[in-house]
Design a binder for this molecule. Structure first.
Ligand SMILES: Cc1ncc(COP(=O)(O)O)c(C=O)c1O
Length: 327
């Protein structure tokens, strides 16, 4: 079975497992886990912030960020198909007492005017920007557009959180450092269980003061671990071995799109959006290919660490008949 549902389906590689087994560990809650401390130091630097915090999931990182940046009764505003608004179980309302407002966007992006026109948006509220943007098909925010949206929020006195669960994909696709986008936000989440191939793990970065407050959230949300260095070692391994290779995933996604008669120009990173049709996912499964949901009316085929050139050619062969005819 070719599993193209998501880049989260990867298994740790032998090299990653060896790094995990060899990890030097300590009690994370006492800030004594050397591998986790090293991960946090490297990520703060890489993301252009003073400090960083290891967390088990990107959802927890996003939710802690919102709690730290906001006040109950404030708003969280984002493009309407942003992960924090639709896939985090109402977390911003439940955990932080925030009013959740989605705005229509183009390829997951918001224009500064949309932020300027918001009602009841100011200190205590947060603008969330997602890069790459999942539900638009892994699209990348151009730096100047993200900067303009973030500046519009700041001009209102609101904070800015960047959900960069797939920020490394954006960086590799655009040929920019992750810090280029990350340093424009008050806080940034990056996730290691997606294209980077780790079993789990995310990092939240921000100012030293913000990250101190995020530590409280880590305890409050039950995300303060003990020998977390086992996970951090996998994440450090991924930083050293799995970032540049994301370019291969992107090239393979373009190849898949072209092979299916879709426009490779719509593929910016590792997602191939597929127009949905009744029973399409089931027919693909029967042919040995698993695809995932993207948004209503669209499915996705996602390339990742466990999909090589051969698998892509096989996927094209198996999918062409059912997908290309429709496209
Ligand atoms: C854009 C985005 N943010 C956050 C998350 C949440 O990640 P996690 O599963 O680590 O909580 C995901 C997961 O798919 C995502 O796509």
């Amino acid at each position: 079975m070719l599993d193209l549902r998501s880049d989260t389906v990867t298994r740790p590689t032998p090299g990653m497992l060896a790094a995990m087994a060899a990890a030097e560990v300590g009690d994370e809650q006492e800030r004594e886990d050397p591998t986790t401390n090293e991960l946090q130091r490297r990520l703060a630097e890489l993301l252009g912030h003073e400090a960083a915090l290891f967390l088990p999931t990107a959802t927890m990182a996003n939710q802690i960020a919102l709690r730290v940046l906001s006040r109950p009764g404030g708003k969280v505003v984002a493009e309407e198909r942003t992960h924090v608004l639709i896939y985090e179980w109402g977390g911003p309302a439940i955990h932080s007492g925030l009013v959740m407002q989605g705005l229509p966007g183009e390829a997951g992006r918001l224009a500064p005017e949309q932020v300027e026109e918001l009602e009841d948006f100011g200190p205590g509220s947060v603008l969330v920007l997602e890069n790459t943007h999942r539900s638009s098909g892994g699209r990348v925010w151009p730096l100047d557009e993200l900067e303009a949206a973030a500046a519009a929020a700041r001009a209102r006195g609101a904070a800015v959180h960047l959900d960069g669960a797939r920020l490394f994909n954006a960086a590799v696709a655009a040929g920019l450092e992750p810090a280029a986008w990350a340093s424009l936000a008050d806080t940034v989440t990056v996730c290691f269980s997606k294209g980077l191939g780790c079993p789990f793990g995310a990092v939240l970065a921000g100012s030293a003061e913000t990250i101190e407050r995020a530590w409280e959230g880590k305890f409050l949300f039950g995300g303060a671990l003990r020998q977390s260095g086992v996970a951090a070692a996998a994440m450090l391994y991924a930083l050293d071995h799995h970032v540049e290779r994301l370019a291969d995933d992107h090239a393979r996604a373009k190849r898949l799109a072209a092979g299916l008669g879709l426009d490779p120009g719509d593929v910016e990173t590792n997602f191939v959006p597929l127009p949905d049709a009744p029973g399409l996912a089931g027919r693909l499964r029967e042919r040995g290919v698993l695809v995932g949901d993207l948004r209503p009316g669209w499915l996705r085929a996602v390339t990742h660490l466990d999909v090589g050139d051969e698998e892509i050619e096989l996927a094209i062969e198996r999918m062409r008949e059912v997908v290309a005819v429709r496209a």
